[in-house]
Design a protein around this ligand. Structure first.
Ligand code: F6R
Length: 242
């Protein structure tokens, strides 16, 4: 695992965008994994700037990590809508090449299998961008998740609903209880992992994922199993590394 500590969130975004841009430029049919939440926003901003300056993203396919169950794709806080706003439109990806798990399918289990199949049919993910929850979750794989899991329905931890209440008018009860998320096994199948974290609230998770013992108590420790993982953090998020 390579850990890169930079002064602030903007520098983290610039560095992470540069790494993803290299993968996109290497083509010919790049597949990137994208995350929602606050952590990757600076990365998307920088990628958009690189695309505006000539990075060819026309053949890039993207797969999102997760989606809430029960929010229609048109709901402004559904991850369909968030990915469309923050990733597809900003970077000007081809919307037909951007995939988000279906959290409003009648048959969620079949939709999860179809999502795994779509990733495989695209040739697998070249680089997966990740944030980390304060509790160590990746995607919505909360503590206790199987390290070998595939895309499936999960229950959000109460702390995650509290953390994400800021997107739902401050009310944790308004945050859906269930989600569809790529599994930890799905994430580990990506050829390269790139985790970004900023701010003091992530310092414990960053220290544990990189130095703690491997285990489902902190799903992000699974990144230790991957031979090509880069963690890019600001000084505040790095504060508890030894
Ligand atoms: C969202 C996701 C989550 C977030 C994590 C951190 O697609 O995969 O694991 O990355 O909850 O969220 P922020 O960046 O908002 O602190």
């Amino acid at each position: 695992m390579e850990i890169i500590v930079l002064p602030d969130a903007d520098a983290v975004g610039r560095h992470a965008a540069g790494i993803i841009a290299e993968t996109i430029a290497a083509g010919p049919q790049p597949v990137i994994g994208v995350a929602t939440g606050s952590s990757p926003l600076a990365t998307y901003r920088e990628l958009a700037a690189l695309a505006a300056r000539g990075l060819d993203v026309s053949r890039t396919t993207a797969f999102a990590l997760d989606e809430y169950v029960g929010l229609e794709p048109g709901h402004p806080q559904s991850y369909h809508a968030v990915i469309d706003r923050e990733v597809t439109r900003r970077i000007r990806l081809d919307p037909a090449r951007v995939h988000v798990p279906d959290g409003s399918a009648d048959h969620l289990e079949a939709a999860c299998t179809a999502y795994e199949d779509a990733i495989a049919a695209a040739g697998g993910v070249d680089i997966q961008l990740l944030g980390v929850g304060a509790n160590g979750h990746i995607g919505f794989n909360e503590p206790g998740s199987s390290l070998g899991s595939s895309t499936r329905v999960k229950t959000l931890a109460p702390g995650t609903r509290r953390d994400n209440a800021r997107f739902f008018g401050g009310d944790p009860e308004a945050v859906p209880i269930h989600c569809v998320t790529q599994g930890i096994g799905t994430i580990l199948r990506a050829r390269r992992l790139l985790l970004v974290a900023t701010g003091a609230a992530k310092a414990d998770a960053v220290a544990t994922l990189s130095e703690g013992p491997l285990g489902a108590y902190c799903p992000a420790t699974a990144l230790q199993l991957h031979p090509d993982t880069t963690v890019v953090v600001d000084e505040a998020a790095a504060a508890k590394l030894t």
